[in-house]
Design a protein around this ligand. Structure first.
Ligand code: NDP
Length: 467
């Protein structure tokens, strides 16, 4: 066994459900999935560990999160190996190593973000302070696209604020969830972080457990709505990071060659399987053909293949369900007469869930490829003549996670950007996140903020002490 395989074999069960590499179909390990009835025992552990964890000083919890970050770095290659083999993403580029490095960065930043007691009033007569107390047990539910970093986004602030965590990874990427928790958990007291492997019904049982005071959920809009319903009986606090269908608007003064790389990675990061990827591109008629050509040139250069191959920068889709979504949307676009600039011709006999990098031009805004979240490597490029029309189209969907405006004139881009209904608007880039800057959605993309001081407040109970 190679050294980098050690962690995968440690978290893999000796038997159970077979977990397959989405690039090759090869069995890489096994998972013993839990049942909804097993959730209570996992929550018991978190409940038992929470008072002692909360009783530690903030400095102690900070020190342990910093040690967890060091441990992530010490096991970086093993972690990257697990997520590459299970999720499919490439080791290089904005892939597995990038994701693992981000785990260490977020743990450190979360540890180093100050949240002092706020003095609200101190006028000689009254003194009022605002403290942030632990909630208790946090239920953390993650999707399969970025299974390690999204887990860290949920776990790190929760632990910092004195909560204990029960985490349920997506059944598609359980080994990645187990692996990152194993490495973080090595430096933590028992019971502070517990992973329960299971499908959606296990997630639902976790949300329904009355002892879970807060649910951090990242996933689809549809499941997010189920989480709201299931949590109603507990009045659990919720942070919902749901799906997006991010628009990008290219203004007529943009330089097509200069923006092509940013547009490409904004859309194709992790093969498009990213919540805040660029999913619909609106381009001014005056430069439409140049932008399509520049994007096609950029797209053609990016190697796609098995994630473990050091030369590749894009891998397969993670699962057949998502492959079917992308294929359906592109086939529909073809049937409507849209122009396939490249891709759109998967080989159904090839191993793995590879879908070719696909650009679809001259497509109508009403096409499902534009209106629905494709969550894959197929970008629709829509022509506009009036920027007011582009703004209306960009805002014309139920979701609003991110959006971007591309222009040689930053002020002009900002003027348009602030009119877009999205939690984050980027100017001349798309999708970058920063642990110091809050991130959250508008409309059906969810509510609550992650990262920075707002992210810490979201996993705690404000308490006023007055007198
Ligand atoms: P899902 O909503 O299908 O699943 C998310 C998680 O919820 C999984 O762990 C899933 O388990 C679990 N789950 C399923 N049913 C329930 C239930 N009834 N109660 C509680 N938990 C449940 O999303 P995907 O995994 O398909 O992820 C893709 C989606 O996530 C995309 O729409 C994407 O845009 C969004 N996303 C949003 C992000 C954001 O920050 N806004 C970031 C990343 C992704 P299982 O998988 O085992 O069924």
């Amino acid at each position: 066994m190679e050294a980098r395989e050690a962690l995968l074999s440690r978290v893999s069960a000796p038997s159970g459900t077979k977990i397959k590499d989405p690039a090759t179909g090869e069995v890489i390990g096994h998972v013993e999935f839990a049942h909804p009835g097993d959730v209570a025992a996992a929550v018991d552990k978190a409940v038992a560990a929470q008072p002692a964890w909360a009783a530690r000083s903030d400095e102690e919890r900070v020190a342990l999160l910093l040690r967890a970050a060091d441990n992530i770095e010490a096991h970086a290659e093993e972690l990257a190996y697990v997520v590459s083999r299970e999720q499919g993403k490439t080791l290089n580029g904005l892939g597995a190593r990038f994701e693992v490095q981000a785990c260490a960065i977020w743990l450190r930043s979360t540890a180093n973000t100050p949240l002092p007691v706020e003095v609200l009033v101190d006028d000689g007569t009254n003194h009022a302070e605002l403290h942030y107390r632990p909630i208790g047990v946090v239920g953390a539910i993650t999707p399969w696209n970025w299974p390690m970093i999204i887990a860290v986004w949920q776990i790190a602030p929760s632990l910092r604020m004195g909560n204990t965590v029960v985490q349920k990874p997506s059944e598609y990427t359980t080994l990645s969830g187990l692996a990152v928790a194993e490495v973080i958990g090595e430096v933590l007291p028992a019971g502070v972080l517990t992973v329960i492997a299971g499908a959606g019904d296990v997630g639902e049982a976790l949300v329904r457990d009355r002892r879970v005071g807060k649910v951090m959920f990242t996933g689809s809009v549809k499941t997010g709505m189920k989480v709201v319903e299931a949590s109603a009986g507990n009045l659990s606090r919720l942070t919902l990071e749901l799906g997006g269908n991010d628009a990008g608007i290219v203004l007529p003064d943009a330089d097509p060659q200069a923006i092509a790389e940013g547009l490409f990675w904004g859309a194709f990061i992790n093969n498009g399987q990213t919540c805040a990827a660029l999913k619909r591109l609106y381009v001014a008629d005056a430069i439409y053909d140049e932008v399509v050509d520049a994007l096609a040139g950029m797209t053609a250069k990016i190697p796609m293949g098995v994630g473990l191959d050091e030369g590749n920068l894009l891998g397969p889709l993670q699962n057949k369900m998502q492959w079917n979504v992308v294929n359906r949307l592109v086939e529909d676009a073809k049937a409507r007469g849209a122009r396939i600039v490249m891709g759109g011709d998967p080989d159904p006999g090839a191993p793995g869930f590879f879908y070719p990098k696909t650009l679809v031009a001259d497509i109508d805004n009403s096409a499902p490829l534009v209106q629905e979240e494709q969550f894959g490597p197929a970008l629709p490029i829509i022509r506009y003549t009036d920027v007011e029309q582009a703004v209306e189209w960009a805002n014309g969907v139920d979701v609003g996670l991110g959006a971007s405006v591309w222009s040689a004139d930053r002020d002009k881009a900002r003027e348009i950007g602030v009119r877009l209904q999205a939690g984050t608007v980027w100017l001349n880039s798309h999708g970058g996140v920063d642990p110091r800057i809050p991130f959250g959605g508008a409309k059906h993309s969810g509510y609550g903020l992650e990262f920075g001081v707002d992210g810490l407040k979201a996993v705690s109970v404000p308490q006023v002490v007055s007198g």
